[in-house]
Design a protein around this ligand. Structure first.
Ligand SMILES: [Zn+2]
Length: 178
């Protein structure tokens, strides 16, 4: 696949109202698959037995790093505790510590690989807050560029992904393991 081709499973992004997508990017993460899949998607991918297929880029002691299937920008990843918890305050201190450590590491990896102007880091806890997977807390981390929002506004409701998930997975996995 050519780097600028939009994969078939991302076609729906072309239909997303761009401004809504811009201001509430988290809402679109996993919304589609979460509604179609019974149970918890994060718990399921852990047991899939194929980290490349489900885009798990790193497995730590308490948390793992997985790419967002519907990235807001290239490199959009999530840091997720193994434990199925619906509130951050329930996360044991050691796991919370690793989650923040991996957030720092991911910030570094994204800066190194994508040279962004900024980085978004954040959590939406609960459906009302915009969480796509409401039952299992996760930290989003994604690179941002000064022009990325303007670019989308200019071209209307189209989003282009300049890199396939396969390529992103390999690059982030390699960077996290060094
Ligand atoms: Zn879960």
């Amino acid at each position: 696949m050519e780097p600028c081709e939009v994969p078939e499973n991302h076609i729906h992004l072309l239909l997303c109202p761009a401004m809504d997508y811009l201001w509430t990017p988290w809402r679109y993460a996993y919304v589609t698959s979460a509604e179609k899949t019974p149970g918890c998607i994060f718990c399921q991918v852990l047991e899939a037995g194929d980290d490349e297929k489900v885009r798990i880029a790193y497995r730590g002691k308490h948390c793992f790093v997985i790419l967002n299937t519907y990235p807001y920008t290239p490199g959009h990843a999530m840091i997720v505790p193994y434990e199925h918890l619906d509130e951050l305050q329930k996360l044991p201190a050691e796991a919370a510590h690793e989650m923040m450590g991996l957030s720092q590491k991911m910030e570094g990896v994204l800066r190194q690989l994508y040279h962004p102007d900024g980085v978004n880091l954040g959590m939406n806890i609960g459906k009302a807050a915009g969480a796509g997977v409401a039952g299992h807390i996760h930290m989003h981390v994604l690179p941002r560029w000064v022009a990325d929002a303007n670019f989308v506004s200019v071209i209307g409701e189209t989003r282009m992904l300049p890199e396939t998930l396969e390529v992103t997975w390999k690059r982030i996995k390699d960077a996290l393991s060094t």
